[in-house]
Design a protein around this ligand. Structure first.
Ligand SMILES: Cc1ncc(COP(=O)(O)O)c(C=O)c1O
Length: 472
């Protein structure tokens, strides 16, 4: 067998010969029983000393890949697999399940930030109280706080859970007496709940348009996912297919369209869950920022039967990069969700207990109050400019909450809107059409305008540039 070994530009010559021959044996180019080139010949071919080759052969012999037969040469051991004539591994290369072809990481992860950044769902990272957070984090990185480096409670440190319970009790009226698990954001909360409640093949329903990462997550866990439309009142409860065991909703601020779920619809959803023995996952991701009107009560507070799993996140009130959230679960599920967190990743990073101090010492409430004023100003500015200067182009979908607004775009096709957004990007304005996210059943093109990331002072100029892009 003539095997190719190349030492061009290599330093550890013996090691390189050993590695290349070993690879050739493992991938079948040197089959069991095959003869290695005589040491003298290989040394001559590679212009190295014979000892260099012999040491490599000795190592292969010592590890059992080859054996020397006196007077005959060195042969590949029969015991090492790699069938003759097989170009690759016998079972084929490892490939992901076909489902993963349809699951990709959103472009936002790689994109260069636009000068006028209207991306949705990103809070203002400039205004976060870093100094306070650094101080609280540093306290968690002292030996006394690290407690000998032992693993923590999968549900989260008791102080942190108490602090979150108080926060969500005051800000959203959610009672957490039953049980609560601290998670790495919403995404993990839904992951844990699904592991606990669903068998492979179970039917689940998600909103469409909606926050598609949750649907993909549920599909990856083996659920059969049904997108259910939303209208001006929120999820259309009658459209939930039969047999659904779990539904995810964003009732306080539908993502992405922005309306709140009406009270009759909320009651209908709860009644549906009760009739079918199903679970409701309530994704309450940004409703701390409400600019007008009475706060919308979470579904969880209307549910006497323990059907709602309430998911909260600090991705909007603090920073998405912290990966902090929690799930409040009905009592019969508490232990299983805690155990699911244990098998998933044991517990959320313990220094994040700094959040307990951040809440208890009033910093979170203060930050939310401050940011509510900032975001409200941006919200009003955008809504006002759209009403004044985009009269012919867009019709705003009413929304009083959160970090983004959406608007139906009139008189253009989705392709024409894509061209407008392309021109906008070239002019330094980054924003998204709903169709690039999850158009769902909507036929009209829709724009999503986030105002968490863009400084207030840039909004007018950003929208002026966008306006020009509509004219071609
Ligand atoms: C509908 C919805 N849910 C949840 C989240 C937050 O997810 P996480 O807590 O995993 O950051 C977002 C963020 O954009 C969202 O839009």
């Amino acid at each position: 067998v003539d095997v190719h070994v190349s030492l061009v530009g290599r330093k550890d010559l013996t090691g390189e010969i050993y590695r290349q021959l070993r690879r050739a044996i493992l991938d079948g180019r040197l089959p069991p029983g095959g003869r290695l080139p005589p040491t003298r010949e290989l040394a001559w071919r590679l212009s190295v000393s014979r000892t260099t080759v012999e040491v490599a052969y000795d190592r292969l012999t010592g590890e059992g890949f080859v054996s020397a037969r006196r007077g005959a040469g060195t042969f590949v051991s029969e015991a090492v697999a790699g069938s003759p004539g097989q170009p690759g591994p016998a079972g084929g290369v490892l490939r992901p399940r076909p489902l993963w072809e349809a699951i990709t990481v959103p472009r936002v992860v790689e994109e260069r930030l636009a000068e006028f950044d209207f991306r949705p769902g990103i809070p203002d990272a400039e205004l976060f109280p870093y100094q306070t957070w650094r101080r609280l984090l540093a306290q968690q990185l002292r030996p006394a706080a690290v407690a000998g480096g032992a693993y923590g409670d999968p549900a989260g440190h008791p102080d942190l859970r108490r602090a979150i319970a108080r926060h969500v009790g005051v800000s959203r009226g959610v009672q957490t007496a039953a049980g609560q698990v601290v998670t790495n954001g919403t995404q993990q909360a839904v992951d844990l709940v699904a592991r606990v409640l669903l068998e492979p093949g179970d039917r689940v329903a998600v909103e469409t348009p909606g926050y598609w990462p949750l649907g993909r997550l549920l599909a990856s866990l083996g659920a059969e996912v049904f997108p259910v439309p939303v209208d001006a009142e929120g999820l259309v409860v009658e459209a939930i297919p039969p047999g659904v065991r779990l539904v995810t909703v964003s009732p306080s601020h539908q993502f992405p369209l922005g309306m709140a779920m009406s009270l009759p619809r909320r009651m209908a959803l709860l009644a549906w869950a009760e009739r079918h023995g199903a679970a409701i996952v309530e994704d309450d991701y940004d409703s701390e920022f409400r600019y007008n009107g009475r706060p919308i009560d979470p579904l969880q507070t209307l549910d006497p039967h323990g059907r709602v799993l309430y998911v909260g996140s600090f991705s909007k009130t603090m920073l998405a990069t912290l990966r902090l959230g929690f799930v409040v679960v009905p009592e019969p599920l508490t232990e299983a969700v805690r155990a699911a967190k244990f098998v998933a990743d044991w517990h959320t990073s313990l220094p994040t207990q700094a959040l307990a101090g951040f809440i208890e010492q009033g910093y979170l409430a203060r930050h939310i109050r401050r940011m509510r004023r900032v975001y409200q100003e941006r919200h009003q500015l955008i809504v006002g400019i759209l009403a004044d200067q985009f009269t012919d182009q867009v019709k705003l979908i009413p929304s009083l909450t959160g970090l983004h607004v959406t608007a139906i775009v009139r008189g253009v096709t989705p392709a024409e809107l894509a061209a407008v957004l392309e021109r906008a990007r070239a002019a330094g304005v980054g924003l998204m059409a709903l169709s690039t996210w999850d158009a769902g059943p909507l036929s009209q093109p829709v724009l999503i305008l986030g105002y968490g990331a863009i400084p207030t002072s840039r909004i007018e100029e950003g929208l002026r540039r966008l306006r020009r892009c509509f004219d071609g």
